[in-house]
Design a protein around this ligand. Structure first.
Ligand code: PMP
Length: 404
């Protein structure tokens, strides 16, 4: 007996009420629970105003709501609020970090990424490398889609400034051995940025225990609103970073020719923040924080095992990525011999099965694994065993149809 029942949870998500929908694209964007909609509605009606010291009651209410949301994010990550920077998503968080670091690196320096990164955690570092003549080095993947961390010590160097790495692959579901990466990075004095876009949705994060320097994630993948995300930075790390986006709300003093900047986190939050998004994100993280995560993880793991076993049992279907459940999230990508992933997912949509096709913004990984694209089913806490069974039956039917 646990306090977690996925069928009860599912009823708290109005977007899942449609009887003809089996939503299995959670790694792209998850559905949103009523608590978020209620919090956002209350904010817009009772507390809508701008933040940062306007002397009227609506501004004070907006500021209180914004501060409350930042505190909720901090609780979920096990950190203090002044280390939490609100951004527009994981992509904007990583761009802000990379844009700031661009000013601090030079030709001798090295940045390390991996072969399985989402383009969001690759292109900002590519650009930094091109602009600053920095060497971009790559931790390769093994044929099973897991990172070859045995290469770490060889690749890391005293001139390595940063390792930018994902917590969990959005294609294969493989989870990174973060402790190992952090230990190796520390040994050469490098910082670590962890892309938590696929990690944060699967339970509260203990950032002090992980030992990384920066962490990025998106609201819409943790059952929150779109247009909001977080860049967390260790206090000393943020203090050393220049701003990237500049404009209103992030300054100390401005003259026509010069400007000085506020302390973090404000230094990184130029312009009016996405307040409604922050409020919704705070509400959902408080809600997630109250769940029994041992039970939720066991449930997501069970769905993953059931999907892998079911799909593997179909003729010509192969899972792309690790099939053992150790260090693995609920993301299951697969290829079907002779069938294009887009064609397959279009056919599945006719049965109400929502899956993603293509390279999932990880083209170098697909190149490395020698597949042009995959179909991806990704599970959330509200998915049921019956959803997985519908997936397996649906793929079986689709493949028979398409191969006829
Ligand atoms: N990193 C990973 C691992 C992701 O899966 C995603 C979203 N697919 C991102 C970064 C980017 O997130 P967003 O599009 O919300 O900025």
């Amino acid at each position: 007996e646990t306090g977690f029942d996925p069928a009860v949870i599912k009823r708290q998500f109005p977007g899942l009420a449609a009887p003809d929908l089996i939503y299995l694209d959670n790694a792209a964007t998850a559905q949103v629970p009523e608590v978020v909609l209620a919090a956002q509605r209350a904010f817009e009606i009772e507390a809508r105003g701008n933040v940062h010291g306007t002397p009227h009651r609506r501004s004070r209410a907006a500021q209180a709501a914004y501060d409350h949301a930042r505190a909720a994010v901090a609780r979920y990550l096990g950190v203090v609020p002044r280390e939490v920077v609100f951004t527009y998503g994981a992509t904007s968080a990583i761009n802000i970090a990379a844009g700031a670091l661009t000013e601090l690196v030079g030709p001798r320096d090295r940045i390390v990424v991996t072969q399985l990164e989402h383009h969001s955690n690759l292109l900002p570092w590519q650009r930094l490398a091109h602009h600053r003549d920095v060497r971009l080095e790559v931790i390769p993947v093994r044929p099973d889609g897991r990172l070859d961390l045995d290469r770490l010590e060889q690749i890391l160097h005293p001139d390595t400034r940063l390792v930018a790495i994902t917590q969990c692959s959005n294609v294969t579901g493989a989870e990174t051995d973060v402790a190992r990466v952090v230990a190796a990075a520390r040994a050469v004095g490098a910082q670590v940025l962890l892309d938590g876009a696929q990690g944060a949705p699967h339970g509260p994060v203990d950032l002090p225990a992980l030992g990384v320097d920066y962490y990025a994630f998106s609201g819409h993948k943790v059952y929150g609103p779109t247009g909001i995300g977080v860049l967390w930075g260790r206090q000393e790390a943020l203090a050393a970073l220049p701003p990237f986006l500049v404009g209103g709300q992030m300054i100390r003093e401005v003259t026509l020719q010069t400007a000085t900047f506020a302390d973090p986190p404000r230094r990184f939050e130029a312009g009016t923040p996405p307040l409604g998004g922050a409020v919704g994100l705070g509400a959902v993280l408080d809600w997630l924080g109250g769940l029994d995560w041992t039970a939720v993880r066991a449930h997501e793991r069970n769905l993953t095992r059931r999907a892998i076993e079911g799909l593997q049992g179909l003729p010509g279907v192969r899972i792309v990525g690790p099939t053992d459940l150790d260090r693995r999230g609920p993301v299951v990508s697969f290829v079907a011999e002779g069938i294009d992933s887009l064609e397959l997912c279009r056919r599945l949509d006719r049965d109400g099965l929502a899956l993603r096709s293509g390279h999932h913004c990880a083209q170098p990984l697909h190149d490395a694994l020698g597949v042009p694209g995959t179909a991806r089913a990704s599970f959330a806490l509200y998915n049921l065993e019956s959803d997985v069974d519908a997936l397996v039956a649906g793929v079986d039917r689709a493949l028979r149809d398409l191969r006829r």
